[in-house]
Design a protein. Sequence first.
Length: 277
Amino acid sequence: MGGMRVVTAIVAIPLVYLSVKYLNPFYFLFIVAIMVLIGQYEFYRFFYKKFNSFALLGLSLGFLLLLAFYREDGTPAAKEAVLSMVIIIALSGFLFFKKDLQDALTGVSVLVFGVLYVAWTLGHLISLRHLFNGRNLIFFILIVTWGVDTGAYYVGRLVGKHKLAPHVSPGKTIEGAIGGGISALGAALLARWWFLPELAIRNGVLIGLLLGVISQLGDLSESLLKRSAGVKDSGGVFPAHGGMLDRVDSLIFNIPAFYYYLLYVAPEMTRGPSIIW
């Protein structure tokens, strides 16, 4: 199992690097769209055991939302307009095409939440790509998130004794969570030195600490959803890693947190070089 995790990482990491480094924003949109649509499909399988028209509607709305992220540089209100459409179309779809209305409330909630949980959060990758030095911002967030996951996994395996949230994820430990937080800080400082030397050191430290916590909340939240649905993995896209949601559960929370931190706390990073202290 451990060997397959390494093989998967060896194949996936260069592909991610090349797609971020060399693909222009239009083609990058489709890489994100593939990731989002697979993740949304896995999410809808938690509720709909068989793929149906309502899951297809959710996927279509998710892709439409990604297009709005792509167009946000020219039409700032595009995302808000699409979010309004998601609510209206979801309710209208159940109104006209659902014969048994007993589970309509649950069904609409699942459809809309699938768009918000996967497409809205991961769509911020496209927003990051639009920012100044967008490629390096994406490399930064990926390295920090991978750092959290790696630190939590190996520290938990080596010295983990005290359960963190046994009712949600029995394998997670407090020691692993602390290891993930420390490795997030180290990864943030390393990624800053490598990709974002213009990022103030204090912001690098704060971002590392912030993402070290939020990343693990994202992981636990996806475990909560899987536990509720009675499944171990969200899918089988990645050998020894599970499904797409299993791979991006930490990013789902980290990407919006990082984007809005830059926007409101370190806005100089969204426009150009800044002071390093």
